[in-house]
Write a protein that binds this ligand. Structure first.
Ligand SMILES: *Cc1c(COP(=O)(O)O)cnc(C)c1O
Length: 436
């Protein structure tokens, strides 16, 4: 086992001042045991902790680093931008440049507003949908995560799921009562609600490919059905593409599946590793936002030139021919390698993959919604996580997160990952035998 003394010390220090020693609960190792590693630097597909251990990184800052760590062109762009000042609190041209790239990539987006996180994007999109429709209820799906705004902390995925907190104290009952939660991929449930109270629904918000309960792709016809049902009910369809945007393809999930939502939430990749979110969509809806309209939403650092530059460079690089095919090939290679290694050891896993988004559940499939995802053997995942970590592979410390690949991951990285996983499976089997 590699030494973790410095991380341990820093963690103890952090715990004195930061709840749980972290600024985001998903970073703690509560679900897998042990304490979090403190990172010193990242480069390409690798991340290095403060004890000098190197890891192949499959977290990639939870999705944004699709180019890998410290991409030279991103760093060069950032260095140039920073030297001109970090924030003006006044318009700068880079906002329109990045907005132009996004609008060009997503035909459903006529106009957009930049914010500083995916949470802000989803929260603001819902406010806008409520204002536009004059209705208050929203529909979300169990296991989908839309950030930590009050309205969404009802059967949320990701960290909330890992911690076993399906919703959160501090969220007013009156507010969460306005959030209807339905099973993912269950079109009949949506139809039923629309039948009973469709005229009260402001919006249906969905991760077009769910990636916060592990990866769960939409069933055939699910997104099409949502599009049809929302149109009939006169409510908005909001795609939360904070993960899928510029990940599933340059046109996001909406391009991949050929469906136009009314509003789209973005984050992660569009910020190239800096704090950026955005929401956008139909011009007739977006015109309600202040100062054009009455729906208030603001941000001191929104659209700052540094964050915009990171996004501009990142999207510029993603626009190149063949990028998404490369990503998908890497993901497919990893998918096959892991599946083969598990099969050789007779370990029951289900790997869900769509494009470069994948995750492995420790149960037999299929995994099509949250109930299925919860069947994954958490104890087995925890053991797997630790063995991978000790073998130099940094996975998200939770069963319910995707494996985030980047363009920087090489064939050697993938081969090494598969080999370490193979050894982990052997050990897991041995331990199982010795327990019995
Ligand atoms: C990460 C995520 C968010 C929240 O974004 P933050 O920048 O962490 O606030 C919202 N929706 C989805 C689908 C996400 O994966």
């Amino acid at each position: 086992m590699p030494p973790f003394e410095h991380s341990q010390k820093m963690y103890e220090q952090a715990c004195r001042l930061l709840p749980g020693g972290v600024d985001s609960p998903v970073r703690a190792f509560r679900a897998v045991g042990g304490s979090p590693l403190f990172m010193e630097r990242g480069s390409g597909s690798h991340i290095y902790d403060v004890d000098g251990n190197a890891y192949i990184d499959y977290v990639c800052s939870w999705g944004p680093l699709i180019l890998g760590h410290a991409h030279p062109e991103v760093i060069a762009g950032l260095t140039g931008a920073i030297s001109g000042g970090t924030s003006f609190g006044a318009p700068n041209e880079r906002e329109s440049v990045l907005a132009g790239l996004i609008a060009e990539a997503l035909p459903s987006v006529d106009k957009l507003r930049f914010v500083n996180s995916g949470t802000e994007a989803a929260m603001s999109a819902i406010r806008l949908a409520r204002a536009f429709t004059g209705r208050e209820k929203i529909i979300k799906f169990a296991g989908c995560y839309h950030g930590h705004a009050d309205s969404f902390l009802v059967q949320a995925g990701s960290g909330a799921l890992t911690l076993g907190v399906p919703s959160s104290p501090g969220v007013p009952q009156a507010l969460s009562a306005l959030t209807l939660v339905l099973p993912y991929n269950d079109l009949a449930a949506v139809e039923d609600v629309m039948h009973r109270c469709g005229s009260e629904i402001a919006a249906v918000i969905v991760e077009p490919v769910a990636a916060n309960m592990g990866v769960v792709p939409p069933a055939k016809g699910f997104l099409e059905g949502l599009r049809k049902l929302t149109r009939e009910a006169g409510c908005l369809l909001i795609f939360d593409e904070v993960i899928t945007g510029f990940r599933l393809g340059y046109g996001g999930a909406q391009g991949y599946y050929g469906i136009q939502p009314d509003l789209t939430c973005l984050g992660k990749i569009i910020g190239g590793g800096l704090p950026v979110g955005a929401y956008g969509g139909r011009a007739d809806i977006m015109m309600l936002i202040a100062p054009d309209g009455p729906v208030y939403q603001a941000g001191t650092l929104s659209g700052n030139p540094v964050a915009m530059e990171a996004g501009i460079v990142t999207l510029g690089l993603l626009k190149r021919q063949g990028v998404y095919r490369q990503l998908e090939e890497k993901a497919e290679y990893l998918d096959r390698g892991l599946a083969r290694a598990a099969a050789e050891e007779g370990i029951a896993v289900t790997i869900n993959r769509i494009g470069s988004l994948l995750s492995m559940f420790f149960c037999s499939g299929p995994v099509t919604d949250l109930d299925d995802a919860l069947k994954s053997d958490q104890e087995q995942f925890g053991r797997y996580f630790t063995l991978m970590l000790n073998g130099g592979i940094y996975l998200a410390p939770s069963q319910f997160e995707a494996i985030f690949l980047s363009l920087a991951h090489s064939r050697e990285d993938l081969d090494q990952t598969i080999a370490v996983a193979g050894r982990a499976f052997v050990l897991m089997n041995k331990e199982k035998v010795s327990r019995e």
